[in-house]
Design a protein around this ligand. Structure first.
Ligand SMILES: [Zn+2]
Length: 130
């Protein structure tokens, strides 16, 4: 049985992070719609069918590209959420601002008056009030 499955799966893509995300997304939609009494079954089923298609697909290169795209998008979202969390945590002690040259986020202590800030990435010096 196990050998048969292994032979069936040979050359097929299988599961990756995007696959897990699709399954979890489908479960969340099912849960939310069952709580609210709405009908999200079509969306939920579409996600599962999409994942089944990816799982059984033999075009490994294309599926892998999809996963890479998903990972880069989710990394960007994670980075933004992390910055938001830090801003909330430091709201009383620090001020965040963007470097005018490279748009890197800089953090300076509050209540120090006018200070010179050197961006660690592009070395641009900014004078700002904190
Ligand atoms: Zn900079």
């Amino acid at each position: 049985m196990r050998e048969k499955f292994a032979r069936f799966m040979y050359g097929r893509y299988g599961i990756d992070k995007l696959g897990y995300a699709l399954i979890i997304g489908s479960m969340i939609i099912t849960l939310l719609t069952s709580l609210t009494g709405g009908d999200g079954n079509i969306v939920s089923m579409a996600l599962l069918i999409w994942e089944a298609y990816r799982f059984l697909s033999r075009d490994v290169y294309k599926r892998s590209r999809e996963n890479q795209k998903f990972l880069s998008i989710s990394a960007g979202i994670k980075k933004k959420l992390s910055l938001l969390k830090n801003k909330l945590r430091d709201r009383k002690t620090h001020r965040y601002f963007e470097c005018t040259t490279c748009h890197n986020t800089l953090r300076v202590p509050k209540g120090k008056g006018e200070i010179r800030v050197t961006c660690p990435v592009c070395k641009t010096v900014t004078i700002t009030k904190t």
